[in-house]
Design a binder for this molecule. Structure first.
Ligand SMILES: Nc1ncnc2c1ncn2[C@@H]1O[C@H](COP(=O)(O)OP(=O)(O)OP(=O)(O)O)[C@@H](O)[C@H]1O
Ligand SMILES: [Mg+2]
Length: 142
């Protein structure tokens, strides 16, 4: 019994690939393999970092560890603290031990990296999770 079998694809720079399948098809397992959380029993997974190719099937900081910092996974079961603002969710709530101003600055950088424009970002910082769209909540969690 295999969790994932016969999957083959290539994603080029700036391309977006969606993985669709019925429950139990192997999407989560595949994403765990791509991000180097688990090692496949066979097959190849190569990830380009700059000019170098990283073999994601090889554990260790000199191997797939070189790529892991560039890969982020947003889990199906993500959550934000419902009674805290976006700013708090990105600072206090995760125990970010920086002076307040620096923590807020870091939160703004993270949000802009998740695709929020400067204006939109200021608008959502004081909001609670229930006051945002699902896509906005996802990007804050990411
Ligand atoms: N740790 C594990 N050990 C053994 N089998 C597993 C493990 N994790 C998942 N499986 C099995 O591997 C298959 C693929 O699971 P996976 O979680 O990748 O599916 P999925 O496509 O993400 O499903 P869903 O849409 O329900 O999240 C399923 O048959 C599942 O029961
Ligand atoms: Mg899944």
């Amino acid at each position: 019994m295999r969790a994932v079998n016969s999957i083959s694809f290539e994603v080029k720079e700036r391309e977006i690939l969606g993985i669709i399948g019925v429950s139990g098809a192997g999407k989560t397992t595949l994403s765990r393999i791509i991000s180097g959380i688990i090692t496949p029993t066979s097959g190849e997974v190569n990830f380009r970092v700059g000019d170098e190719w990283v073999d994601m099937t090889k554990p260790g900081i000199e191997e797939r560890g070189r790529a892991i910092g560039y890969i982020g996974l947003l889990h199906q079961e993500y959550d934000l603290y419902p009674h805290r603002t976006v700013l708090d969710n990105l600072t206090d709530a995760i125990g970010l031990e920086f002076p307040k101003e620096l923590a807020a600055h870091k939160a703004r950088i993270s949000l802009s990296m998740a695709g929020f424009t400067a204006n939109r970002l200021e608008a959502i910082l004081p909001k609670h999770p229930a006051e945002m769209s699902e896509g906005e909540r996802h990007r804050v969690a990411l």
